[in-house]
Design a protein around this ligand. Structure first.
Ligand code: AR6
Length: 322
């Protein structure tokens, strides 16, 4: 699957997951990056009659069979008519899974960029319906212009929910020094990822507090990597704050070194390790902002996941209207 298409799909998912106040900036970032890198989408097509005549009985066709078409077989994209004036959107999909959520159709894998520019020539085309069977994005003509003019920038989003549910290049685990699993989010991540995660973790020989190590995500198919970081147990020492800041900074650095464009954090140390939530939220924001400021030319979408309501309240007290 095309990595840029996957990132668009992830950003759209997280946008819905974040609820009605979620920012579309990660979606704009992913689309813009995709347009710059020949993002491929699947476009359902109407099978032309000439092609059907040529194939004969489709049930006899085997993978790899080739045909020579002797008649013109113009291919037509499927349309979704949106009003009685015949205005339409063209459905496109970021993955086969998204396409197979609905009615089965033939499809073409196609660069999205030429389609985006072609919209201007197709008077009745209102734009594209990205993943119309699932969490869809109506990419209207106006929104296409916004995305084209948009200058990608890093973004921080606070969402209510589990880090394991986020669709991201990397999700972060609040681990312990042994890196062999445990309770809280660590236990939940190991259960979801399956036993291969533990096998890979054994090869890492632990991790120091404040540092981070990376593995694959195995059965957590909505992430590519898991970044394991070890927060401090809270004793109220200045050193605790430094170590917690290091967790965020080093996780971001590792995500960056592995080419990730999105990373989702739980509230490191705020559960079993007892860090006061308000202070921890402040450290998470300050440390991540510092990393983003030091990497201004790199676009990273950062999600802070609040598993408990009190975590969300702590972030809201820091960054939202009172
Ligand atoms: N799913 C998603 N998020 C969760 C879950 C879950 N099931 N459980 C907790 N969180 P914690 P720590 C969130 O306690 O304080 C483990 O045993 C929680 O709301 O998991 O860093 C490790 O092995 C909070 O935002 O981690 C270590 O020994 C965040 O996860 C120790 O706990 C962190 O809470 C680490 O303690």
């Amino acid at each position: 699957m095309d990595i840029y298409a996957k990132r668009v799909e992830n950003a759209i998912f997280n946008w819905y997951y974040g609820g009605e106040n979620a920012s579309p900036v990660p979606v704009f970032n992913a689309l813009h990056d995709g347009f710059d890198h020949d993002l491929q989408v699947l476009v359902p097509i109407e099978t032309p009659d000439a092609l059907v005549r040529m194939i004969g009985d489709p049930s006899q066709v085997k993978a790899g069979d080739t045909f020579i078409c002797t008649e013109p077989a113009g291919i037509k994209f499927k349309h979704m008519t949106v009003n009685d004036k015949g205005d339409y959107f063209i459905p496109v999909y970021t993955s086969r899974e998204e396409m197979e959520k609905g009615e089965v159709s033939s499809s073409l894998s196609q660069s999205f960029m030429p389609l985006i520019t072609a919209v201007e020539k197709w008077e009745k085309c209102g734009g594209y319906a990205v993943n119309p069977w699932g969490r869809k994005l109506m990419l209207s003509r106006d929104m296409i212009r916004v995305v084209m003019d948009y200058r990608p920038r890093s973004h921080i989003e606070v969402v209510s929910g589990s880090v394991i549910d986020m669709h991201a290049d990397a999700i972060v685990n609040a681990a312990n020094n042994r890196l062999l699993g445990g309770g809280g989010v660590d236990g939940a991540i190991h259960r979801a990822a399956g036993p291969e995660l533990l096998e890979e973790c054994r090869t890492l020989h632990g991790c120091e507090t404040g540092k981070a190590k990376i593995t694959k995500a195995y059965n957590i198919t909505t992430a590519d990597h898991i970044i394991h970081t070890v927060g401090p147990v809270y004793y109220g020492r200045p050193k605790d704050a430094e170590l917690l800041a290091d967790c965020y900074y080093n996780s971001l650095e590792l995500a960056y070194q592995n080419g990730c464009r999105s990373i989702a954090f739980p509230g490191i140390s705020t559960g079993v390790f007892g860090y006061p939530i308000r202070e921890a939220a402040q450290i998470a924001l300050i440390s991540s902002t510092r990393w983003l400021n030091e990497h201004k030319s790199y676009v990273m979408n950062v999600y802070f996941c609040c598993f408990r309501d009190e975590e969300m309240a702590a972030y809201e007290a820091l960054i939202k209207k009172q």
